[in-house]
Design a protein around this ligand. Sequence first.
Ligand code: THU
Length: 131
Amino acid sequence: MAASDPLVKAARRARRHAVATFSGFKVGAALETADGAIVTGCNVENATYGLTICAERVAMFTALAAGHRRFRRVAVVADTNTPTPPCGACRQILWELGGNLEVILGNLSGETGRFWMRDLLPMPFDARLLE
Ligand code: THU
């Protein structure tokens, strides 16, 4: 059943660590690597506001720093009834470093949507255009 997807559960658990001091909007993310490992992240805000980093990028950078390079899916969880999709900056990073991930959106009780990165970021700018 959708609500019990381990990746969504991991994102939900990671959300508890969010440092959402200014917005109060806590987000958790969980990335599934090609070998089945799960790496999580949460949003981290600070007093400049602009240096805030989203849960998705924390998860991706944490995974890269641990040596992971290939990914299958990402789950993003917020306490909202409508889906909370990755922001534009996160779409760029997820696409460039994660490829055409399946993106699973969820809240505290279940899933709110499933998408593919190629649909969330049509006509991307990426390394292919630098060749
Ligand atoms: N945020 C995320 O972490 N991921 C998203 O997909 C949407 C937005 C964070 C950034 C900021 O800390 C808070 O949510 C409100 O924008």
